[in-house]
Design a protein around this ligand. Structure first.
Ligand code: ADP
Length: 382
């Protein structure tokens, strides 16, 4: 072979090596682009929008457990910190689901909020794979639901206890009457006590019916317009006999006239309960004030007494059903422990509230606040 053949062969070889290198480089670049695409896989269409419209708080994590989407609810519940899940229990569940592939549901207590140490909320958490690259965590706040279930359980337990007491007393008294039939004096005394217990049962039944009616019915659905001064007049009047028996003066003072929208009967019942408590928990020959004023379109009815007062740590609880500070004393006054919870429900169902200021030994002021009805639109006279 002469030299020119060697030159040609070398050129061809060089060309082939060059072409192969270019091809290999091209392949490498293409593979690199694919790897990049996997590493920065965009969040599939619609997931962010879906997480944001869910009722539960939602978080989506990628394969390295980094948060890539978190709904406003998830931030509000403090579920994420930067790009990680704050709760260890939740992060552990995510790890388990990655390895088993099976969705999990767990109930957990989570500390929400950082100011003042935060507070605990009860969460139901669902963790499920979203395709094979993402993980979805949904959390529902069940704190209120669980609290209400507890209130309902307590209510049933309380009501059976509260009803059993007077019914038991009636049974014992009836037996005593039977046994002492020959002694008219004793029979009379037992009969009087039966009357007291029967009254208590009657009052409790009525108040329970009132309470369930207020809770079942929205008074604003068929609201009537009525003057608050009329409510105060009737409520004061209904307490007159009770107050006279203790030589207590009830002093109404209506500074401004205003109308309220809702049920006149229910608002009267609420004011009447507050006045009757003021009278019952006050010593003889004192005063009970009933003041009415209007502040920023809100009607305020304040009932003030110079009675026994309520210790600070009981002030929230007195509005609970059947809660009584001194059950023995309450039995004497015939209290059922339902009066203030009726007031609270009447206030809430009228878009208002009831608040309490009290100091033991000094007295109490209960203030019922209700939205004032707007002035009626009056027709132009031609
Ligand atoms: P009750 O039928 O026992 O009066 P309420 O629900 O009306 O039930 O009141 C709950 C408890 O709150 C009462 O048992 C009493 O201990 C306390 N309380 C209510 N009003 C007053 C008041 N004006 N002064 C002092 N204690 C009060």
């Amino acid at each position: 072979m002469d030299a020119s053949w060697y030159v040609l062969l070398a050129i061809l070889l060089g060309f082939a090596i060059g072409a192969a290198s270019v091809h290999l480089l091209g392949l490498a670049a293409q593979r690199g682009r694919q790897v990049m695409a996997i590493a920065s896989e965009p969040i599939p269409d619609g997931i962010t929008a879906m997480v944001h419209v869910l009722e539960s708080a939602g978080v989506v994590l990628d394969g390295s457990n980094q948060v890539i989407v978190a709904s406003p609810g998830a931030h509000a519940l403090d579920l994420v910190e930067g790009r990680t899940l704050r709760a260890h229990e939740m992060a552990d569940a995510v790890r388990r689901v990655w390895s088993t592939g099976a969705a999990e549901v767990l109930d957990m207590t989570h500390r929400r909020g950082r100011l003042g140490g935060g507070h605990d909320v009860q969460l139901r958490v669902r963790v499920a794979p979203l395709g094979n690259r993402f993980m979805l965590v949904l959390a529902t706040d069940r704190t209120e639901e669980l609290r209400l279930a507890g209130v309902r359980r307590d209510f049933v337990a309380n009501i059976s206890h509260e009803l059993k007491t007077p019914i038991g007393a009636l049974q014992v008294l009836a037996e005593a009457i039977e046994a002492g039939a020959e002694e008219p004096e004793r029979v009379r005394s037992f009969a009087q006590r039966m009357q007291v217990e029967a009254d208590r049962l009657g009052r409790m039944t009525k108040e329970l019916i009132d309470l369930s009616r207020i809770q079942a019915d929205d008074p604003l659905d068929h609201a009537e317009r009525f003057p608050i001064a009329q409510v105060v007049d009737v409520a004061v009047d209904r307490n007159r006999v009770l107050a006279d028996a203790k030589r207590i003066r009830i002093m109404p003072r209506v500074l401004e006239e205003a109308d309220v929208l809702g049920s006149e009967e229910l608002v009267t019942m609420a004011v009447q309960n507050l006045i009757s408590n003021a009278v019952q928990y006050s010593p003889e020959a004192t005063h009970v004030g009933v003041g009415v004023r209007v502040v920023d379109d809100v009607v305020e009815v304040a009932i003030t007494d110079k009675g026994v007062g309520i210790p600070a740590d009981e002030q929230e609880r007195v509005f609970e059903r059947f809660y009584r500070i001194d059950p023995a004393r309450s039995r004497v006054t015939g209290g059922t422990g339902l009066g203030l919870s009726i007031v609270k429900h009447v206030a809430a169902s009228h878009g208002g509230e009831v608040s309490l200021w009290s100091r033991p030994g000094q007295g109490s002021t209960f203030t019922l606040r209700l939205p004032a009805a707007a002035a009626p639109a009056h027709k132009e006279t031609p």
